[in-house]
Design a protein around this ligand. Structure first.
Ligand SMILES: *Cc1c(COP(=O)(O)O)cnc(C)c1O
Length: 388
């Protein structure tokens, strides 16, 4: 029993949500102010912060990134049979938001360096039915947005950035999430800046500014009514309730205020892994992440791609025995039961299938002590030398 407790205490979890210390204080303020529904003082502070930090026209908090993607699908007026191009190597929400509207996800392979949508393969996947391209910035590393935006312009299709993992990251100096027509952030507890469950829609194209507010407020123009722009509010179009309560926004504000510090602390841990694992890369046991020169990432996650000869399941189990929770990522959507049913693959997805079978994410969270991190690296070395 005692030994088990000790082992429990010393386990290194994959993730541990970090609190800045001001969350409960701001929630108490919201409580005292007795405005608990959405769009109060804290929501406004978060909106302003997001708009200023990313220089976008309009940011709207949502109750998740999934919700922000669902809003994007409504804003682009996605209809049954429309096609939406996206990577298969992503979280289900990227596809679900569009499938909810009857769209067909068209899966395109990823680049072997960044594991992001391969922009060179996107144009070949476009048909008369294509309505949108949804790049996903995996691990907070930017997709090749210049290429994607010029393809989108040529074919007159929308671009929705799934920037769930990409807050504070940049592509050629521009924040990710604000380059496409619409962008979506996540504040889920596993992300860099958190509030439990939460997200934001970044409205970067003025075409969508009015409708985005309406869709978020149950299809009504209530937001304009509160600003005194109309004298009553009413049902304008299809919508839903996508806004979070002030309690969530108050929590989030405590995190956004410190987003710079949170990001640099993550980057420090990321860089430590990167340096310490160089040796294993030289030995051919794994490949480390590749970040292009023109991308400033945010240290969202640290992964390694194991050598093809290494049995990943054995590595994960051996690490578990050493008290370390390392995890794989993404069963590719085109291989999932529902992805097969609803989606279509453009050409073969060889890179996706290859990397998805080799990838391991290591524990990375802000209070992870250096000696614990050293221990993870040490055990990974030991395990790899044994199984290789
Ligand atoms: C986390 C994540 C989401 C979903 O975010 P929620 O806020 O949990 O809805 C969507 N896409 C990607 C790529 C993610 O990593």
């Amino acid at each position: 029993m005692a030994a088990e407790n000790l082992q429990q205490q010393e386990r290194i979890p994959f993730n541990k949500p970090y609190m800045t210390g001001n969350e409960l204080h701001y929630i108490a303020q919201a409580h005292g102010g007795a405005h608990l529904a959405g769009d109060g003082t804290y929501t406004r502070l978060c909106h302003k912060w997001l708009e200023q930090t990313t220089s976008t026209k309009k940011a709207l908090l949502t109750h998740s990134c999934t919700a922000a993607l669902e809003m994007a699908a409504l804003l682009l007026d996605i209809k049954p049979g429309d096609e939406v191009i996206m990577p298969s190597y992503t979280f289900v929400s990227t596809a679900n938001a569009f499938v909810l509207r009857g769209a067909v996800p068209v899966f395109v392979d990823v680049r072997s360096d960044t594991l992001n949508l391969d922009e060179k393969k996107v144009e070949g996947a476009i048909t008369k039915r294509t309505k949108a391209i949804v790049p996903v910035h995996y691990a907070g590393v930017g997709c090749e947005m210049d290429d994607l935006m010029s393809i989108a312009e040529r074919y007159q299709v929308g671009v929705v950035e799934d920037a769930a993992q990409a807050i504070m990251a940049k592509y050629k100096g521009r924040p990710l999430g604000v380059i496409g027509h619409l962008g979506a952030y996540s504040f889920h507890e596993t992300k860099n800046v958190i509030c439990g469950e939460g997200g934001a829609l970044l409205v970067n194209s003025s075409d969508y500014m009015i409708n985005a507010e309406i869709i978020r407020e149950k299809g009504t123009d209530r937001s304009r009514f509160f600003r005194g722009e109309v004298d009553k509010y009413t049902w304008r179009m299809v919508g839903s309730s996508f806004l979070p309560s002030e309690l969530t926004a108050a929590f989030l504000w405590a995190q956004l205020e410190q987003a710079d510090g949170l990001t640099s602390r993550r980057l420090r841990l990321w860089n430590r892994y990167h340096e310490m694992l160089a040796e294993l890369e030289v030995r051919g046991l794994l490949r480390r992440p590749i970040v292009p020169e023109h991308c400033d990432h945010n240290g969202h996650l640290y992964y390694v791609l194991l050598a093809e000869s290494v049995d990943r399941q054995r590595v994960l189990s051996a690490l578990k025995e050493e008290g370390i929770d390392a995890v794989f990522h993404y069963v590719p959507l085109h291989m999932s039961p529902y992805g097969r049913e609803t989606g279509r693959s453009h050409e073969n997805l060889g890179v996706t299938e290859n990397i998805a079978s080799r990838l391991v994410r290591l524990p990375l969270w802000l209070d992870l002590a250096d000696d614990k991190q050293d221990y993870v690296v040490d055990r990974l070395k030991k395990v790899l030398l044994k199984v290789a």
